[in-house]
Design a protein around this ligand. Structure first.
Ligand SMILES: NC(=O)c1ccc[n+]([C@@H]2O[C@H](COP(=O)([O-])OP(=O)(O)OC[C@H]3O[C@@H](n4cnc5c(N)ncnc54)[C@H](OP(=O)(O)O)[C@@H]3O)[C@@H](O)[C@H]2O)c1
Length: 298
């Protein structure tokens, strides 16, 4: 039987680390991605403490840079080749950030948009050939209930003119739902069996709102996060989608606590999803089409 390979971005803390732990305890091979060598080493230690037989590797990348995302894909391919593996079963696009300030990335994008959306869009593209080699190829994006209360700000997607931390964050979480919905549609019409899901973790007690923030945003998160669930709860839903064959039988995109929910009406608009897809392709300098059609059914 083929070894099950799972890639998890943002596996050095919070929901990503909890998911890596649960999936590793099921005996799956985990490649975790993080931006800090130290935090990744700590995370790996925690996983091994739970499961001494864990098959786990960490790779380092700053997902704010598209070049680093491509380099990461290369590192993943190299790591798998060393392991004698030619497939990825599940890609969990979980890494996320919040920033109180407008920060421009090396590519000239707003930081939250780059890390929370463009990195997923590019990494999924890069890893699609390996996902196609699995009979159970799955892409999961960790979105948020905050996507319900926003739209794409077409005239100023980076919010350069009037930056607002929460507005920018919500837009990226809507981007996750639009991406997964449109990816599913495109994969299906190309006859590719990969499934894409968006997960709503609910309010979770992690440090996400304390890292790139200050002032009121930080204070509110200090108080609010305490009423959140432990990270194990959304990790369980992500694990379920990643491993449960029944999950693959459904056409439902958006999941919370192992149950499907309707995502926002706006996110279900085909014109919006298509327009946003084209914009994302232009921004990340790729065209998915070739990767979709070059697939030859076995
Ligand atoms: N917590 C919630 O209530 C909540 C609710 C809805 C959705 N979410 C979503 O859940 C996901 C995970 O968040 P979390 O709450 O678990 O937060 P977290 O504990 O801060 O985890 C975020 C992960 O992303 C990594 N990361 C951040 N910026 C990065 C970059 N530039 N390059 C590479 N990795 C980067 C972090 O690395 P470090 O460990 O080095 O910081 C960490 O591993 C996010 O997408 C978030 O939007 C969270």
């Amino acid at each position: 039987m083929k070894e099950k390979v799972i890639i998890i971005t943002g596996a050095s803390s919070g929901i990503g680390l909890a998911t890596a732990k649960e999936l590793s305890c099921k005996g799956l091979y985990i490649i975790g991605i993080g931006r800090s060598l130290e935090r990744c080493a700590q995370a790996e230690q925690e996983i091994r403490a739970l499961n001494p037989d864990a098959k786990v590797q960490f790779l380092i990348a700053n997902l704010a840079s598209l070049e680093e995302v491509s380099k990461l894909a290369e590192d993943i391919r190299e790591q798998l080749a060393q392991d004698g593996l030619k497939h990825i079963d599940v890609l969990i696009n979980n890494a996320g950030t919040v920033s109180s300030w407008y920060i421009s990335t090396v590519d000239g994008f707003e930081l939250q948009f780059a890390v929370n959306h463009l990195a997923q869009f590019r990494l999924t593209y890069e890893l699609l050939p390996l996902l196609k080699q699995s009979d159970e190829g799955t892409v999961i994006s960790v979105s948020s209930g905050s996507h319900y209360r926003t739209k794409i700000h077409w005239k100023d997607v980076m919010l350069r003119k009037r930056y607002n931390c929460l507005l920018a964050y919500k837009q990226t979480k809507l981007a996750n739902v639009l991406f997964m919905s449109e990816l599913n549609r495109r994969l299906k019409s190309a006859g590719i069996k990969i499934k894409a899901f968006a997960v709503d973790p609910g309010l979770v007690n992690t440090n996400i709102g304390l890292k790139g923030t200050g002032g009121i945003v930080k204070k509110v998160w200090e108080i609010r996060s305490k009423s959140g669930t432990p990270a194990d709860q959304p990790a369980h839903c992500i694990t379920w989608l990643a491993t449960e064959p029944d999950a693959r039988k459904t056409d439902k995109i958006y999941w919370k606590d192992c149950s499907p929910l309707n995502p926002s009406r706006y996110s279900q608009r085909l014109d919006v999803a298509e327009r946003f897809w084209e914009l994302s392709e232009r921004m990340s300098g790729i065209r998915y089409e070739g990767r979709m059609t070059s697939w030859i059914p076995s």
